[in-house]
Design a protein around this ligand. Structure first.
Ligand code: SAH
Length: 390
């Protein structure tokens, strides 16, 4: 195995188990291919760990194992990582109510570049960095051994692997008929892993949806960026009087309407295929008791943070202008590049501009099946605030 040698004095974050080696910290690049597994060593030749090599990226290597020892990267090694993620989920998920969850959360499960989401018998695998395709056979085999019947590969990269999987289909063996019906905290949801956004559903809002339910009885609720209606369904189940779901994608709203019909909770539900900013501008003030703001990541990369901040600020400002006296706003950001403190400052600035008194009732994050590796704070990507507006 080839060595990636760090500059003297630049090993600190690696010693602290941060899994990313930035290009500026590298003294000597290995003569290795993109995606090859390399050994990360200090300037003195001490082994720190092993990772996937990305010569063209700012993050030159993503470490999946910290150890000073030689290791054997065989089927047993990869499957035991998978099993450890599986055993954690067995402890976390209440399977009688929930059969969709994240099984592997990249760095949060010491598996950089790999995400696996479960929808009943279906495992949706995303391979996000080069190199992960080299170990994918072990992952697929391991998933089958753990009892997942169907495997769907959803990934933009690693086209070579996609070709290998099957011409024209991303199902590994048999295809599971879509959509599939799953339940989340007892709420039924139809998910199409082939055509849906991300892996089919936004599993990371499970806990936050439950919290929205706690406050929704008898209320008028606006769910912006609704996608397939996750938040709307919990509000209706809790006895909301009226729920409005808004999304610019007509496919998303079709899914949302289908899910509302499927659950038959009662209460009035109306859906709108519309840009959220336009919808909010024409919405009546002092009408909604609860407004949920869950936009897509406005900052997809670090350079986009300033624009993203403006987007979040505008959105939150209109929310503050429209919410009823005493109403609640659930506001989120899923941009990894906008951290918790920055998000809070943005929301602060929107609140200040609105001239209203605002209180933080709860600080919200991602659920336990999206664990945050303590050495990799970037993994805390979902931030939210539950606000009361006077
Ligand atoms: N809250 C959802 C997830 C939101 S994902 C859930 O709980 O599942 C973001 C959604 O915003 C996507 O469905 C996307 O279609 C929609 N979207 C993106 N930009 C938009 C805009 N400007 N106006 C309305 N919808 C938008």
């Amino acid at each position: 195995m080839k060595n990636l040698v760090l500059k003297s004095g630049r090993e600190r974050s690696l010693v602290n188990r941060h899994p990313w080696v930035f290009s500026g910290a590298v003294k000597q690049l290995p003569k290795a291919e993109n995606g090859e597994i390399v050994k990360v060593v200090t300037n003195h030749g001490d082994c720190l760990g092993y990772g996937f090599f990305s010569p063209d990226s700012q993050i030159t290597c993503r470490v999946f194992e910290f150890t000073a020892n030689e290791i054997t990267l065989d089927s047993h090694f990869w499957k035991s990582k998978l099993q450890s993620a599986f055993h954690l989920r067995q402890r976390l998920i209440r399977f009688e109510h929930t059969d969709c969850y994240r099984l592997i959360h990249a760095e949060g499960d010491f598996f950089p570049g790999i995400i696996v989401d479960i929808y009943g018998p279906v495992a949706v695998v995303q391979l996000l960095i080069k190199g992960t395709e080299r170990i994918s056979a072990f992952i697929f085999e391991g998933l089958k051994e753990l009892g997942y019947e169907y495997i769907y590969l959803k990934t933009k990269q690693n086209t070579q692997l996609l070709e290998q999987v099957e011409q024209g289909s991303r199902w590994l063996d048999a295809a599971c008929p879509m959509p599939i019906r799953v339940k989340e905290n007892g709420v039924l949801m139809e998910v199409n892993v082939e055509t849906g956004q991300k892996t089919g559903f936004f599993l990371d809002q499970r806990e936050n949806r439950r919290i929205v339910g706690n406050y929704s009885a008898g209320k008028k609720v606006l769910n912006t960026f609704s996608y397939s209606g996750g938040f709307s369904l919990y509000a209706l189940r809790a006895g909301a009087e009226l729920v409005h779901s808004v999304d610019s994608s007509k496919e998303a709203i079709a899914l949302c309407d289908a899910n509302v019909n499927l659950n038959q909770y009662g209460g009035t539900h109306e859906s709108y295929v519309e840009d959220v900013f336009d919808f909010l501008k024409r919405a009546a003030s002092d009408f909604y008791d609860i407004i949920i703001l869950d936009p897509p990541a406005f900052a997809k990369h670090a350079r986009a943070v300033d624009n993203a901040a403006r987007g979040y600020k505008n959105l939150n400002l209109i929310g503050f202008q429209k919410i009823r006296k005493g109403g609640l706003i659930f506001t989120y950001s899923c941009s990894q590049h906008v951290d918790k403190d920055l998000f809070r400052k943005i929301v602060f600035s929107a609140a200040a501009d609105s001239g209203r008194n605002v209180r933080i009732l709860q600080q919200l994050s991602q659920p336990e099946d999206h664990p945050i590796n303590i050495y990799h704070p970037e993994g805390e990507y979902l931030k939210g605030l539950l606000l009361e507006v006077e």
